[in-house]
Design a protein around this ligand. Structure first.
Ligand code: ADP
Ligand code: MG
Length: 555
């Protein structure tokens, strides 16, 4: 289709140009098909990685660096998606990751299925608006059903939390270590959880994660305090301090160099000495101020001059430089110290407290440990592992486990995985749809059917016959076995409640919300107008930017 035809009209022989030349436009059915197609491709790309038997993806970035993972959010983050509708799908996984930290692949698979079913309905001449309304109703009802079906648990029941953590790990590369990671993360989350009138509050921001290559994954430890990948700046400084008084600085301990070149005329050695003395005095002065506040441990976000280091060491003050802003913020919360931007402002009130400061050798490097902090909620997980790749995958795994444990501590309800919850929801939603009438009912039923994509894909990925499995699974649920799911390791339908396949209810809630919203957002678009990249110079013959039609290259 020629682009200029649809963006200009002829009025009395005069062409009226509405959009800039080179703009691409796609409308109606064509735009919809195109968007659905793009979204489905994204969904297809992560489908095979769903579940404990899912395959892994090897991602190679433009520098040739390799990531091997089967984490949906990671896969989609790494691949460079161009199509705007495909980008919306990537956002689904991101939203899922940000909100609850798990279920990213599930959400994308469900969104893809919803769009695929919608496409069938559009082909049957059902208007997208009707589908959107039906999907919205279906999504609301599903959330209601989920509330009824989910099971209440004790937010500090370690056994339940551990099972939830294990299930989030089982599909990961490091599944062999699921038990170890589960214990570690349950410990960490319960450590930072705080009981309030409305239940538990838990923020995984309170849990710092540090990495250091060496040893093995099982040497990963939970440390009650803050660990920084930093060493004490000067060999003469103390490497261990009990009850340190901590000052946090985000200004350099250096004499500021002028921005412009200044010429200083020095005519004799005395003047030279006076000049250097002056600089030294300034630094000495800074150190005196720090010392008079009572601080004996300085954590500085900027640099520390050699001379300042020397004076600090002489006073028995330990210092760490170039700490990250994040670390400083964590230390504020952990030790009660206030970040000071000017040494002149530092007073004893700004100092933080901890039980112990120590520099320890971890692997080939030295790291700074600040333990027994004022706030008992400060913890660090120090990840160890033989290679960088193992450590990165461990970091992702630990992140997911921390998220699901936090999810249940905050909102102590669980559901059963392995397709059990999806089938139960699907059957109930389908029954409820009987009450609805007409075309909307078709959309609600399509939503119910889409939920079955999860057990279907789980079975497919485990090399099982999805049709057989689905027949048996539905039959079990119709007999009232609400927690019947697929035991993917034995290829049988089983009560997975007994098997401990626990998942946070909020993860499934978020799956329904984010997949439903994304599908609807894509369905409602019937017009894609994309401005061309502004390029100077005449258009190539034939007009229009390269990249062709079909909404590709719409950036
Ligand atoms: P996501 O990114 O959506 O979390 P995963 O690859 O982690 O995707 O797979 C999650 C799915 O695998 C869930 O549907 C979950 O119920 C299922 N699952 C995990 N462990 C088991 C198990 N032991 N038995 C059956 N299903 C499982
Ligand atoms: Mg998962």
């Amino acid at each position: 289709m020629s682009q200029s035809e649809i963006i200009s009209a002829n009025v009395g022989g005069q062409p009226v140009l509405i959009l800039k030349e080179g703009t691409q436009r796609n409308t109606g059915r064509e735009a919809q098909k195109n968007n659905i197609m793009a979204a489905k491709i994204v969904s297809e790309s992560v489908r095979s990685s769903l579940g404990p038997k899912g395959m892994d993806k090897m991602l190679v970035d433009s520098f040739g660096d390799i990531t091997v993972t089967n984490d949906g959010a990671t896969i989609l983050k790494e691949i460079d998606v161009q199509h705007p509708a495909a980008k919306m799908m990537v956002e689904v996984s991101k939203a899922q990751d940000d909100e609850v930290g798990d279920g990213t692949t599930t959400a994308v698979v469900l969104a893809g299925e919803l769009l695929s079913k919608a496409e069938d309905l559009i082909d049957k001449e059902i208007h997208p608006t009707v589908i959107v309304d039906g999907y919205r109703k279906a999504s609301e009802k599903t959330l209601e059903l989920l509330k009824d079906i989910s099971t209440k648990v004790d937010p500090d029941d370690k056994n339940v939390l551990k099972k939830v953590a294990i299930i989030s790990q089982i599909s990961k590369l490091l599944a062999d270590h699921a038990d170890f990671i589960a214990d570690l993360t349950v410990g960490a989350v319960l450590h930072v959880a705080e009981k309030t009138a409305e239940g538990y509050k838990a923020d995984i921001e309170d849990i710092k994660v540090e990495k250091k290559a060496g040893e093995s994954l099982t040497d990963t430890r939970l440390i009650k305090g803050i660990v920084m990948d930093k060493e004490v700046v000067h060999t003469g400084m103390p490497k261990r301090l009990e009850n340190p008084k901590i000052a946090l600085l985000n200004c350099p301990l250096e004499v500021e160099k002028t921005e412009f070149d200044a010429k200083i005329n020095i005519q004799n050695p005395d003047q030279m000495k006076a000049f250097l003395d002056e600089e030294e005095n300034l630094l000495k002065d800074m150190v005196d101020k720090l010392s008079s506040s009572g601080a004996n441990l300085i954590i500085c976000q900027k640099g520390i001059d050699d001379m300042a280091q020397h004076y600090l060491a002489k006073k028995g003050i330990a210092a760490v430089r170039r700490a990250s802003e994040k670390d400083l913020e964590k230390l504020t919360r952990a030790t009660g110290a206030r970040i000071v931007t000017n040494v002149d402002d530092l007073s004893s009130k700004d100092l933080g407290k901890a039980g112990l400061f120590e520099e320890r050798k971890i692997g080939d490097d030295k790291m700074a440990f600040i333990e027994d902090c004022k706030s008992p909620r400060a913890v660090t997980i120090l990840i160890r592992g033989a290679t960088e790749r193992i450590i990165s995958e461990a970091e992702r795994s630990i992140h997911d486990a921390l998220c699901v444990v936090r999810d249940v501590v905050r909102d102590p309800r669980i559901v059963i995985g392995g397709g059990a919850i999806e089938v139960e929801l699907s059957i109930n939603l389908d029954e409820w749809a009987e009450k609805e009438s007409g075309r909307e009912q078709l959309a609600i039923k399509a939503f119910a059917e889409s939920l079955e994509a999860i057990p279907t894909v789980l079975a497919e990925n485990a090399g099982l016959d999805p049709i057989d499995i689905m027949v048996n699974l539905r039959a079990a649920h119709e007999k009232g076995e609400k927690w019947a799911g697929i035991d993917l390791f034995e290829g049988k339908i089983k009560d997975l409640y007994k098997e401990g396949v626990y998942e946070p209810a909020v993860v499934k809630e978020q799956v329904v919300k984010s997949a439903g919203e994304a599908a609807n957002m894509i369905l409602k678009i019937d017009d894609v107008i994309a401005s061309s990249k502004t390029r100077e110079g005449p258009m190539p013959p034939g007009g229009g930017p390269p990249g062709g039609m079909g909404g590709e290259d719409l950036e």
